[in-house]
Write a protein that binds this ligand. Sequence first.
Ligand code: NAD
Length: 488
Amino acid sequence: MPATPDLTNRIAGRARASSGPGRLPVWNPATGESIGTVPLSNFEDIEAAVTAARAAFPGWSGTPVGERARSVGRFRALLERDQETIACSIVREHGKTMVDAMGSVRRGIESVEFAEGAAGLLPGSTLANTSRGVDAEMFSEPLGVVAGITPFNFPVMVALWMFPTAIALGNTFVWKPSERVPFSADLLGRLADEAGIPGGVLNLVHGDKDAANALLVAPGVDAVAFVGSAPVARHVYTTAAAAGKRVLALAGAKNHLVVLPDADLGSAVDSILSSAFGSAGERCLAGSVVLAVDPVGDELVRRLAERVRALRVGAGDDPTTDVGPVIRPEHRDRVESYIRLGEQEGATVVARGATPPGSPGYFVSPTLFDHVRPTMRVAREEIFGPVLSVIRVPTFDEAIAVANSSEFGNAAAIYTRDGGRARAFRERIQAGMVGVNLGVPAPSAALPFVGWKGSAYGALAATGPEAVRFFTRTKVVMSRWPSDPAAS
Ligand code: NAD
């Protein structure tokens, strides 16, 4: 069933109107047109969703694990069936190109495949006769109700990191998607119901920060998984932890791409371009600062500038588009204010792409800065738009020092033909996801999506075996049974 323009929450397997009066328009960022509205759920809506999730928990956690995995498998089959529809929804409400949108749906489906087998990764172990007549057994159990709060920039993929694994492991879930991209979330909620995932196991509550904040302190919520910007991640982490919940909060980024003089510049430039300008730079793995190690700077900047000028900016549903719009006019203005700031700080704009003339969409010209210095704000703060800064550094050591001075540590990459340098980079760089001759080091679903420093709060990572640990807790059972003398 297609989404109606005026969305409702989905609680306990049914559409349920929000009890609050507030609604927010949802905009197509390529055209500036309203495509519907989303409810601004209030405390009562959150309470209803958490109550439904709590009520479903005993039955669902007691459901045999194979049965739970098969439900997730049916959901995966429906995602496969509807992947193009979902990608089109992402293009429409987020602005990604169709290629980027399809890529993100495929990555999400990989996480669902992982979830189907996740229970097989549960660490159960035993230690017989740990002391005389005493045996130890270790069990992994679901946590209970998990709340997931997701960002706008991956409307589907980030949620698919979370709820399929959480529910496959026996938890129930309340998802609060970004209010800026709620239609793709609605499609996923409908598919979960169609897959026969029982009512209450996955609940979808729309809204903005008020709905999110109600979840952080709701007594019925046991854990919070969050992905979003750095200030909000810090707030979510401290608030939910203070309310006694297990929390994982992935945050913002400022990713460095180091280019050594021996790099294959042709492929490095392709890779840097797609890292910095793919998804209009609205990716937590986007390369944002190039560290050009002397003497590669002049040639690298010349080649990058040529390519940036040639980028085609336009609507995501136009197959010739390289760079789509950014999410909202306020965000466009913020990115443009960073471009002005960079110039005021003394950086040089060496290339800008064209935007579609007269378009009401939220387009930003792809921009390349040269002669950026490490202390400038454009070099340090997350811009989250199609802006790439080049810092020239005299040595490899200096490149490492600049990258490691960042408050963030999400991703970093090096371009070189020297295996020793690549190895040294891997050892010394303070980032969780590292690329060697590739600019978007996104781990596959079986591996952790892991940020360091200010890019993540909490002990574990969002995907792979660390997600399995996040969504479960351990129970150790010590049993003493007198030995049966008749048996010996
Ligand atoms: P955001 O922090 O504005 O919003 C994320 C979610 O939090 C949304 O659901 C939103 O409704 C909610 N929210 C917003 N303000 C809140 C508040 N004050 N209190 C409680 N909840 C609040 O982030 P965004 O703009 O939607 O997403 C972009 C950001 O997410 C970027 O900084 C990007 O780097 C980051 N991100 C990080 C990763 C990662 O894995 N580290 C992945 C994707 C995106």
